[in-house]
Design a protein around this ligand. Structure first.
Ligand SMILES: Nc1nc2c(c(=O)[nH]1)N[C@H]1C(S)=C(S)[C@@H](COP(=O)(O)O)O[C@H]1N2
Ligand SMILES: [Mo]
Length: 420
């Protein structure tokens, strides 16, 4: 059997690639197969494995032990009011596994007993309510996949490239299927008075995290959620109940939700004044930047996911999202923006959820400058970091949706750089 018997483009591409040993095997060369020590009788082929129930709650293979959330120790003074990051470079598809969803806590993970937990609805309502978890489970429920992005995601990159890996530059995001009760139904049960134009959501953690939400949004697509990816919310994500505020900054998604108060104006609490506002060049802070603008990142190749196979067929992949809708298109460049190619979108495309893109190319072994640029369903196009800074100045931390660059060298190693 020779190369010429297989003229399919992808087949040829593999055979002419630099993976010599692999190419030999793929060509069906008997000698190559015989010399590959991987073709052996391994221990796992000769003995019985664990029976069922050895792990009543299943865990990943020990070979995947490196796939985990990571923090950056110098970012915060204490792990109790801190952040860790989703390992985006190790994941594929669009759903974030529950154990890998990044965590952001202001007073650590509240350990809530669901039997003792209550959700109070008070303020400008006809009938103040106190709901148990059992009460909540009797409202009609829905399932929706949404991304949650912390407004501080990529904040360390505002003034220039800093952290070496998409886990750290873009990993304050997760994408989960939530099961929950539309917030509208809970508010209708309490009967919001006509003056009730705002809603305060408050958490049961020691930080008593609270945010003001316009009633229009509360009645639109928010959920009072108790399940993530089919199972109970993890304690880190707000067990037993959290608010889901689709497309809006993660800070508003109050975890361990204990109270909803209807009011006639916003409360201007700490998290919507001193924090999560954008300090503009003139020293005036822009308040209430709720919607997350369209953004994307190449997850592989990237600093934590270098090219290790040498020149030849190479899979480039990444994630894109918009707080305003879907992502019909992502462009990628291999040469720092001189030429752009349209990536292939793959997987479900639903509003305010992560989208997966691929660009399969032949790497010639020369250095690359990789970037991706998302277009959302409103026609908005992800800006360069320079464009953003021209509007917002240098003081910002939050709401950085600028284009990210990875420089790949001839060895396939990737590094965070800025060329905007
Ligand atoms: N009660 C409470 N809710 C909270 C927080 C918190 O510290 N306490 N942090 C907020 C912030 S800043 C973000 S980005 C998200 C993070 O959600 P996650 O931990 O599920 O990733 O939760 C939000 N809700
Ligand atoms: Mo956040």
């Amino acid at each position: 059997m020779t190369e010429e018997n297989h003229k399919g483009p992808s087949r040829r591409a593999f055979l002419t690639g630099a993976g010599v040993a692999a190419a030999g095997t793929l060509a069906g060369g008997a000698s190559a197969a015989q010399t590959d020590p991987g073709i052996a009788i391994h221990p796992w082929m000769q003995e019985l494995g664990d029976g069922v129930d050895v792990a009543p709650y299943g865990m990943p293979s020990p070979h995947e032990a490196d796939v985990k959330r990571r923090t950056v120790e110098w970012l915060t003074a204490d792990p109790v009011s801190s952040i860790n990051f989703t390992p985006l470079h190790d994941l594929d598809g669009t759903i974030t596994p529950n154990g890998l969803c990044f965590e952001r806590h202001h007073s650590g993970v509240a350990e809530v007993d669901p039997a003792k937990h209550r959700l109070m609805i008070n303020g400008l309502v006809d009938k103040p309510l106190v709901l148990t978890m059992d009460d909540l489970h009797r409202f009609p429920r829905e399932n929706h996949v949404y991304f949650l992005e912390c407004a501080a995601n990529s904040g360390m990159e505002w003034r220039g490239s800093q952290l070496n890996g998409c886990q750290f530059t873009h990993g304050m995001i997760h994408n989960v299927q939530y099961t929950g009760v539309p917030l509208r139904l809970v508010l209708e049960e309490a009967g919001v008075k006509p003056e009730g134009k705002w809603l305060l959501a408050e958490g049961a953690d020691a930080a008593a995290m609270s945010r003001s939400i316009p009633m229009e949004k509360a009645l639109d697509d928010c959920l009072v959620a108790f399940k993530m990816n089919g199972e109970a919310l993890r304690p880190e994500q707000g067990y037993p109940v959290r608010l889901v505020v689709p497309g809006w900054e993660g800070n508003m998604w109050v975890k361990w939700l204990r109270r909803l108060e209807a009011g006639d104006q916003p409360w201007h609490h700490r998290e919507e004044t001193s924090k999560y506002t954008d300090l503009m060049a003139d020293g005036v802070a822009r308040r209430f930047t709720w919607e997350m603008d369209a953004k994307s990142v190449i997850t592989s190749p990237s600093p934590q996911a270098p090219i290790t196979h040498g020149p030849g067929p190479t899979v480039l992949t990444g994630l894109a999202w918009s707080g305003r809708g879907t992502i019909p298109r992502v462009d990628v460049t291999l040469d720092g923006g001189i030429t752009w190619h349209q990536a292939r979108m793959d997987g479900p495309s639903t509003p305010k959820a992560l989208h997966r893109f691929y660009f399969d190319f032949e790497w010639d072994g020369k250095p690359l400058l990789l970037q991706s640029r998302a277009h959302d369903s409103t026609g908005y196009v992800q800006p360069t970091k320079d464009t953003l800074r021209a509007v917002r100045g240098e003081n910002s931390i939050y709401h950085n949706n600028g284009i990210q660059t990875w420089a790949v060298d001839a060895d396939g190693k990737a590094e965070n750089v800025e060329i905007s």
